[in-house]
Design a protein around this ligand. Structure first.
Ligand SMILES: [Zn+2]
Length: 236
């Protein structure tokens, strides 16, 4: 009888050690997962500019909406790899207005995008656009922010700095802008990236390439990631 008690006593002790070792392993595994997921627990809204009937800027036969969607999806991929939860304003060729809406579709689309952003309560909001202007020599990516919050400027400085470092296509600075509806309405730290000029032939040739789109997206994603670290804010 006593031997049996001794046996079960030993078994319980061994089992106890196994459980403790298991818990320790799980804690260290979890910590290592977080180590590789710097954006774990962060929610980011990514906006692909334009869509559906609104093609946005045009250069040659290329419409802005096609490229913003590809780059925005690549940004989503990058941020998800870093552990973030990403919500897109659109992930196909549509806008957010109703087909039978009798008012201004663009207005309804933007109002709904703003509602989606603020309803999500994200940690950051990024909008992706391309430029086109009548001066074909202008080129280079530029990040814009609304000056209402200092966090907006900080986020834009990190993104512009990462673009300068990685994409190397620009000497432009992060710039305040007050009249962009989504930046004005967003309650989260926000930035809008004009990834390049469709009106510049050389840049357009790059902007349609998948490799370049992925590189641009990774630069934006890296800027977002650096914003959430304790890294010193880059200067202009
Ligand atoms: Zn645009």
């Amino acid at each position: 009888m006593r031997r049996r008690w001794l046996f079960w006593g030993c078994m319980m002790i061994v089992l106890g050690f196994i459980i403790i070792a298991g818990v320790k392993w799980m804690v260290s595994w979890h910590a290592s997962q977080n180590w590789h997921s710097p954006l774990a627990g962060r929610v980011i809204v990514v906006d692909a500019g334009h869509g559906g009937p609104d093609g946005g800027a045009v250069g040659g036969s290329t419409e802005e909406k096609e490229i913003t969607l590809k780059i925005a999806k690549d940004v989503r991929h990058y941020l998800q790899e870093m552990g973030a939860l990403v919500v897109m304003t659109r992930d196909n060729d549509t806008d957010l207005s109703d087909d039978d809406y009798e008012g201004r579709h663009k207005r309804q689309d933007l109002v709904r995008r703003a509602e989606l952003i603020n309803k999500t309560h994200p940690d950051a909001f990024i909008s992706v656009h391309l430029n086109a202007i009548p001066m074909p020599t202008l080129h280079g990516a530029q990040t814009f922010y609304h000056p209402k919050y200092s966090e907006n400027r900080k986020l834009a400085l990190f993104i512009q700095d990462s673009i300068k470092r990685n994409l190397g296509n620009t000497t432009r600075f992060a710039k305040p802008i007050s009249h962009v509806y989504l930046l004005k309405k967003s309650e989260a730290p926000s930035a809008l990236v004009e990834v390049g000029f469709l009106s510049n032939e050389q840049e357009r040739a790059l902007l349609v390439q998948r490799d370049y789109q992925k590189q641009a997206a990774a630069s934006i994603g890296q800027g977002v990631m650096r914003y959430f670290t304790n890294e010193k804010v880059p200067s202009d």
